[in-house]
Design a protein around this ligand. Structure first.
Ligand SMILES: C[C@@](CO)(OP(=O)(O)O)[C@H](O)COP(=O)(O)OP(=O)(O)OC[C@H]1O[C@@H](n2ccc(N)nc2=O)[C@H](O)[C@@H]1O
Ligand SMILES: Nc1ncnc2c1ncn2[C@@H]1O[C@H](COP(=O)(O)OP(=O)(O)O)[C@@H](O)[C@H]1O
Length: 254
């Protein structure tokens, strides 16, 4: 059974505070139906956990391997992956602000839960997922749109029409850690609780009709200060996803 591991965009991303070395954020995450990786568990006898796919990182750094290390304690999982390998077709660009690695980890956890009949619920799986990356819980719940807060671990379904999202990813690999660091040093600001509640009530289309690329995403200016060429792609009506480098726009009802 082939599973799709979708990309996400952040319709808006505002920083709400600090939690140790991390930033708390409030953000609308939206699933991108026209951009996904595919994941399949294929029968094959192997001596150790095996992932096959076109990645820029070693197995140890792979979010799927990190997810395996977190879930292998449950009964039957280790045995299962002595008789199956994980095959991924990567289509989501990396370092793109599209959550590719987080999406893969979440879909992997959901698949293992089903294939090995672990009986875990979404909250259990999300608790496991948040150890792997801030965006993993969003992909565990698998909503079309969600209001995300905390460090990504608070995920509330948001009901709105499915959006036709167009993405453009320039060949600039954005370093998320660097961007948060520059934000904290030179661009720090916090959205108020009242303002974040107002944003969470509005549809994604309404929000984007009142925001520009800078006001919609607190990480855009710090990202541009590190990667000035981003400005060449910031065309009217386009917005910036996560820590970048992807730009996106909504095409519904153009
Ligand atoms: C920015 C967001 C928004 O959706 O997504 P992407 O741009 O990656 O798609 C996420 O918060 C990306 O979260 P996550 O995927 O866990 O970030 P990582 O690349 O693992 O984090 C790299 C570094 O960024 C900083 N970081 C990350 C997340 C966060 N909420 N606050 C932070 O300060 C930390 O210093 C962390 O060590
Ligand atoms: N399964 C995976 N898919 C993509 N990138 C991965 C994966 N596992 C680890 N990574 C690493 O995570 C970083 C990019 O993560 P990704 O989620 O694709 O970026 P972003 O969250 O910025 O869209 C790169 O260092 C990449 O090597």
């Amino acid at each position: 059974m082939i599973e799709k591991s979708y990309a996400k965009v952040n319709i808006f991303l505002k920083i709400a505070g600090l939690r140790g070395n991390y930033h708390e954020l409030v953000s609308r995450f939206v699933k991108v139906y026209n951009l996904y990786d595919t994941i399949i568990f294929e029968k094959s006898k192997v001596d150790s956990f095996t992932v096959i796919g076109n990645f820029s990182c070693t197995l140890e750094k792979n979010t799927i391997y990190k997810a395996y290390l977190e879930i292998k304690r449950f009964s039957g999982v280790e045995e299962f992956f002595k008789n199956h390998i994980v095959k991924i077709e990567k289509n989501i660009p990396e370092f793109a602000g599209l959550g590719g690695g987080s999406s893969n980890a979440a879909v992997f956890l959901n698949m293992v839960n089903n294939y090995c009949n672990l009986g875990l619920n979404k909250d259990n799986l999300s608790k496991i997922g948040e150890k792997i990356g801030a965006d993993v819980p969003f992909f565990i719940y698998d909503y079309d749109s969600a209001n995300v807060s905390g460090i990504g671990e608070i995920v509330e379904k948001f009901d709105e029409d499915i959006l036709d999202i167009e993405i453009f990813t320039p060949k600039i690999e954005c370093n998320t850690g660097e961007i948060f660091k520059i934000f904290r040093e030179s661009f720090y600001k916090e959205i108020s609780y009242e303002d974040s509640k107002k944003l969470f009530l509005q549809s994604s289309k309404d929000i984007l009709s009142n925001f520009d690329i800078k006001s919609a995403n607190d990480l855009y200016e710090p990202a541009k200060s590190i990667y000035p060429s981003l400005e060449n792609f910031a065309n009217k009506g386009w917005f910036f996803s996560g820590s970048g480098s992807s730009f996106f726009r909504i095409n519904n009802g153009k």
